[in-house]
Design a protein around this ligand. Structure first.
Ligand code: 13P
Length: 248
């Protein structure tokens, strides 16, 4: 049985004082869950959230990292730096980074490898645009992104990669993929992993759904056979709403 994972992606939101209050408010609301609870915070909140999440079941992740360990890369933050302050997870290849910051399948793959080298668990995002969906090539797009993201990883690393299927047309739009459609896409991703790494490994990989997840649709989505939880944007900014999703 795969564990359910509910990860919040705050994106470019939350000042440190808001982040601290959020963690303090969320702590009692999710303390009894068996699900993995992760908050992916902006760099400027990471240290505060880590301090305040100590001795709780809330894990902290970053939203991006550079693949090099150090050097002349102005404005970048490395996996080693994240690890040094106690970060455990890192989102890699979010569609907003692919769209606005020139993230490619190649840099995604390099970042995943660098995350593992630094003992960080990657949450790797894949997803098709509306145009790709309408052309009928959504499955080709997401299986290709998955294949290229995982290229060259060991079986053990693949097992420990979290994938987030986030159809771009469903992000921040209020449009959610139907639970059946999301499950179908996630099954395709799992089949692709199975073709390359074998069924046993594919069955271990945690694959999340992301795109307008909220407390009112979480249960239906997360009860599907292949959906192992969610990567939650807007609805992760309020502790009570996010807690309801965690406790779906
Ligand atoms: P929304 O939940 O706001 O649609 O965002 C989804 C997302 O991009 C999470 O990474």
């Amino acid at each position: 049985m795969r564990k359910k994972v509910i990860a919040g992606n705050w994106k470019m939101n939350m000042l440190p004082n808001e982040a601290i209050k959020f963690i303090q408010d969320l702590t009692p609301l999710v303390k009894d869950t068996k699900n993995e609870v992760i908050i992916c915070a902006p760099y400027t909140d990471l240290f505060y959230t880590i301090l305040n999440a100590q001795d709780t079941n809330i894990k902290i992740g970053a939203q991006n990292m550079h693949f090099e360990e150090k050097g002349a890369y102005t404005g970048e933050v490395s996996g080693k730096m994240l690890k040094s302050i106690g970060v455990e997870y890192v989102i890699i290849g979010h569609s907003e980074r692919r769209q606005y910051f020139a993230e490619t399948d190649e840099t995604v793959n390099k970042k995943i490898k660098a995350a593992f080298e630094n003992d960080l668990k990657p949450i790797v995002c894949v997803g098709e645009t509306l145009e790709e969906r309408e052309k009928g090539i959504a499955f080709d797009v997401i299986t290709k992104q998955t294949r290229l993201a995982l290229d060259g990883l060991s079986n053990e690393q693949v097992k420990n990669t979290i994938i987030a299927y986030e159809p771009i047309w469903a992000i921040g739009t209020g449009k959610t993929a139907t639970a059946d459609d999301a499950n179908e896409s996630i099954k395709k991703i799992r089949e692709e992993i199975s073709k390359i790494y074998g069924k046993d490994i594919a069955e271990c990989v945690i694959i999340l759904y992301g795109g307008s997840v909220k407390s009112s649709n979480a249960k239906e989505l997360f009860n599907k056979s292949d959906i192992d939880g969610g990567l939650v944007g807007g609805a992760s900014l309020k502790a009570e709403e996010f807690a309801k999703i965690v406790n779906f």
